[in-house]
Design a protein around this ligand. Structure first.
Ligand SMILES: C[S@@+](CC[C@H](N)C(=O)[O-])C[C@H]1O[C@@H](n2cnc3c(N)ncnc32)[C@H](O)[C@@H]1O
Length: 210
């Protein structure tokens, strides 16, 4: 049996206890603004959780686009499913899978995707490089890949470090993983953004043609 995680135990409470509005919303907004997706884009959301990215993505892609959310927690996916159903989004597909083992997973008809995003999820995965490579591999040349994740706050915000560490520890993420740092070697024109005292790092790049 798999070990319980915060995302299997507290999925129903996640949106309430995750500091979404005061802190973490800013990262997803910055990333999705930089992605600037066209109507009709097909997007892969890795570690999609309860689907907090979906409404922001839907505004850009519209009903002719699609979102394919992948998460290893069926409980988080159940919340994402409820969100999609209550909003009437028929263009959302949810897949229960480990993002570090996507080679053997059927991601559906929209592969290669026009874009892939992962927010606050890669730093939870010991083998995040594999998941990042899978995101890039599933996105078409010229498509967009976005990563939002956490680090210790910097500058004057450094004094919030104990709180940031606690938030990461409670969520099971490694505050020192810095998965975005691997993006410039794998992607073209990586645009950076940094919010909430540097605690939230955003990178959006495009997939090179081979
Ligand atoms: C902090 S939550 C972030 C959820 C969502 N992306 C957001 O921005 O709110 C991290 C999510 O990553 C998922 N996750 C962790 N390890 C994973 C893995 N190896 N494969 C797929 N999902 C994973 C967890 O189940 C959880 O839903």
């Amino acid at each position: 049996m798999k070990k319980p995680t915060p995302y299997t135990i507290s999925a129903r409470m996640y949106d309430v206890i995750s500091f979404e509005w005061p802190i973490y919303r800013a990262g997803r907004t910055a990333a999705i603004d930089l992605m600037a997706l066209s109507k009709g884009s097909h997007v892969l959301d890795i570690g999609c959780g309860t689907g907090l990215n979906f409404a922001l993505l839907q505004r850009q892609i519209g009903p002719t686009g699609s979102i394919t959310g992948v998460d290893s927690s069926p409980q988080m996916l159940e919340q994402a499913r409820r969100r999609a159903t209550s909003a009437g989004w028929e263009n959302v597909t949810l897949i229960s899978a480990d993002a570090t083992e996507l080679d053997s997973v059927d991601l559906g008809d929209h592969v290669p995707f026009d874009a892939a995003i992962s927010t606050y999820a890669l730093s939870l995965m010991a083998q995040w490089q594999i998941a990042l490579d899978a995101m890039i591999g599933a996105t078409r040349a010229g498509g967009v890949v976005a990563v939002v994740d956490m680090q210790k706050p910097v500058g004057r915000a450094e004094l919030w470090t104990p709180l940031a560490r606690l938030a990461c520890r409670l969520g099971g993420s490694d505050i020192d993983a810095h998965p975005w740092a691997a993006m410039p070697t794998r992607l073209d024109t990586v645009q950076p953004a940094s919010v909430r005292g540097g605690h939230i790092q955003v990178r959006v790049g495009s997939v090179p043609s081979v």
